[in-house]
Design a protein around this ligand. Structure first.
Ligand SMILES: [Zn+2]
Ligand SMILES: [Zn+2]
Length: 289
């Protein structure tokens, strides 16, 4: 029998706005042409927050010594079975994310209908989510093309899975700094980084696109192909020095960074990714992807 989705319950009173949402509203005032993208981001953050507060700890041994042993094997720590997914919450998130993306022109009608069909059938949803988790990751971590069922829907599933994965990341980062993990993919979930952070001490942390884990990585090397030849990395920054971009001239991929040495706040990937869309445009113009 179908269980009703939790959002049908009356909404809790609006909690204090997160700092990310405050920053996003400020960005929208500064850059009104980003309104559509920013409004979508705010809506996604609000949806995710409603679920995240009730996600339990991952079902795994969280002892630091155990985590270090798993890391030393070179494989990402978190298996699919260990993710504390509540399927009713996930179905709600997949549907609501699709609604939000559709409303803000970030999802076409065909894909919207595919998502709708997927969430109506529990026997299809669970294997599809597993496929996303195990395939939509970095190639050295076992990444491959996802199946036809979810091809093209990866960004949506990433948003819907975010509360479960970031809960795992928070729990594990409280117990491990991922020391001895030299790889360019995420030590927790095997995802690729999609942002990075230079600490005030000039260390570089990569930030996972899927679970938001952060791990220390070589300051210069390309996390995608490990090219570390200074002459084959092109770097440029915004005029205020707050953001940087490194493009790799071997694999042509690029990664943006928030430079904590020139900042008055912490990195906020959900905000900073949108604040730097002009850097993306500049990178694409130079042939990076
Ligand atoms: Zn990750
Ligand atoms: Zn590269």
């Amino acid at each position: 029998m179908e269980t009703p989705d939790k959002p049908d319950k009356p909404e809790k009173p609006q909690r204090a706005e997160t700092r990310e949402i405050i920053e996003l509203r400020r960005l929208r005032e500064e850059q009104p042409d980003l309104e559509q993208a920013i409004d979508l981001q705010i809506q996604l953050l609000q949806l995710q927050r409603r679920v995240q507060s009730r996600v339990p700890l991952p079902a795994m041994n969280l002892a630091s010594a155990h985590l270090e042993t798993v890391l030393a094997s070179g494989k990402p720590i978190l298996t699919f079975e260990q993710i504390p997914i509540d399927w009713s919450d996930l179905r709600f998130l997949v549907r609501s994310t699709a609604d939000a993306m559709r409303k803000h022109d970030a999802l076409d009608g065909d894909d919207y209908r595919r998502i709708d069909a997927l969430t109506r059938d529990a026997e299809r949803l669970a294997p599809a989510i597993r496929d996303w988790y195990e395939a939509a990751r970095a190639i050295p971590a076992g990444g491959r093309d996802v199946g036809p069922e979810i091809a093209g829907l990866e960004p949506l599933l990433l948003q819907a899975m975010r509360p479960f994965l970031s809960r795992c990341a928070d729990a594990i980062m409280a117990r491990s700094v991922f020391q001895g993990w030299p790889h360019g993919n995420c030590p927790l979930c095997g995802g690729e980084p999609d942002f990075s952070y230079f600490t005030p001490a000039a260390e570089r942390l990569l930030i996972c696109s899927r679970c938001t884990s952060r791990w220390r990585f070589d300051q210069l090397a390309c996390p995608f192909c490990l090219n570390a030849d200074r002459k084959r990395i092109t770097s440029f920054a915004t005029r205020d020095g707050l953001y940087r971009l490194n493009g790799c001239d071997v694999c042509q991929r690029y990664l943006k960074a928030f430079d904590g040495r020139n900042a008055h706040r912490q990195v906020m990937p959900a905000v900073d990714a949108l604040a730097t869309l002009t850097l993306d445009a500049a990178a694409v113009q130079r042939g990076y992807r």
